[in-house]
Design a protein around this ligand. Structure first.
Ligand SMILES: [Zn+2]
Ligand SMILES: [Zn+2]
Length: 342
């Protein structure tokens, strides 16, 4: 099969084509698994963290991609949930142990044996992939293949982030960064919290303009002070400055939720600007969001179909995965980027 594979860790600023198009062996179908013919796969900022070594794959080469939409092509022994021809999705959570206290307590995202699709095992930048039937999702009809793909990571992680803010209707929400996850959070907020104003901080004017089109009440640069204090902020940027600035904009008792698997170190010295009375005093909180659970994915898919959310997508052929990744690196983003594979 054709696949875009990662063979070595590198810096995207120097190496603009980190993935190689190769012919590789088709995956082997095991008991309890489904074999998917991949139709579409979302491109996520986390792929940059894998390629640049901030969250490196444990073995190389690996096929990235963790927002996978495919048709079931074959089933292994004991598979009863899906049959040939069904359309299913695969998300960042490829597996978890199922036995530890986190798995048993509804926090499988925190499992020590958490395995991520497209990092710890081969993902969806390919014509085929396999996954356990227990970690595959039926996809609502209302979404096309390319629309469904970004819901599986950007949407699900946005859903988890919003849940972790503890936001109530009418409270003000800030979003720092406005990529795939941010724009899906905005759709959700408009539906779930109609009286909540959303304030968007983004470096690129293209992102700010897009946020205003979708109904943000205010947009500005990450350096700017928001016109009102915010009750919660979700940070989806890869750097530190927006974290410090977001704390300054938080209301007393407010919470900052950092949705980033890793942060880049380029502006880490900005953390030295952290001033206790300005940024933390008055019971301000910081919480990170780690991975997703299957309940986040299904919860979000149900909500997205009910609203319904129509994600804004930019579509690329599989061969152009490097171009899509570079555009994310350079923040040339409008909504979510998706590879169409078959
Ligand atoms: Zn992702
Ligand atoms: Zn576990």
């Amino acid at each position: 099969m054709k696949a875009m594979i990662l063979t070595r860790i590198c810096d995207l600023r120097e190496e603009h084509n980190p993935l190689e198009l190769r012919d590789v062996m088709d995956p082997i179908l095991n008991k309890g698994e489904v074999l998917l013919r991949v139709r579409a796969c979302g491109v996520c900022h986390t792929e940059l963290d894998e390629i640049e070594g901030r969250t490196p794959p444990p073995r190389l080469p690996v096929i990235p991609g963790h927002q996978v939409v495919g048709r079931v092509e074959g089933t292994g022994g004991g598979v009863g949930r899906f049959k040939k021809g069904d359309r299913v999705g695969v998300a960042w959570i490829y597996s978890a142990c199922g036995r530890c206290k986190f798995c048993r307590g509804g926090q499988e995202n925190l499992c020590a044996d958490f395995r991520a699709t497209g990092r710890d095992v081969d993902g969806g930048y390919a014509e085929y992939m396999t996954v356990s039937q227990d970690f595959a999702y039926a996809l609502p009809e209302v979404f096309s293949d390319v629309e469904a793909a970004p819901l599986l990571c950007a949407g699900a992680i946005g859903y988890r982030s919003l849940k972790l803010t503890g936001l109530r209707d009418g409270q003000r929400l800030g979003l720092t960064g406005f990529g795939a996850a941010g724009h899906l959070v905005l759709f959700m907020v408009k539906h779930k919290f109609p009286r909540t104003g959303v304030y968007v901080f983004a470096r690129a004017e293209k992102e700010r303009e897009f946020a205003r089109e979708l109904g943000a009440v205010w947009t500005g640069d990450p350096d700017e002070a928001s016109p009102e204090k915010l009750d919660a902020v979700i940070d989806t940027t890869p750097v530190w400055k927006p974290v410090v600035e977001a704390l300054r904009n938080l209301n007393a008792g407010g919470r900052l939720v950092v949705n980033a698997i890793r942060k880049e170190s380029v502006d880490q010295d900005h953390l030295l600007k952290l001033d206790y009375p300005t940024h933390l005093w008055m019971e301000k909180e910081i919480k990170s969001v780690a991975n997703v659970t299957r309940a986040d994915v299904t919860g979000f898919l149900t909500l997205a179909a009910e609203i319904p959310i129509k994600p804004e997508v930019e579509v690329y052929p599989l061969e152009d995965a490097n171009r899509a990744l570079l555009e994310i690196k350079e923040r040339r983003i409008r909504g979510a980027k998706v590879l169409r594979i078959s």
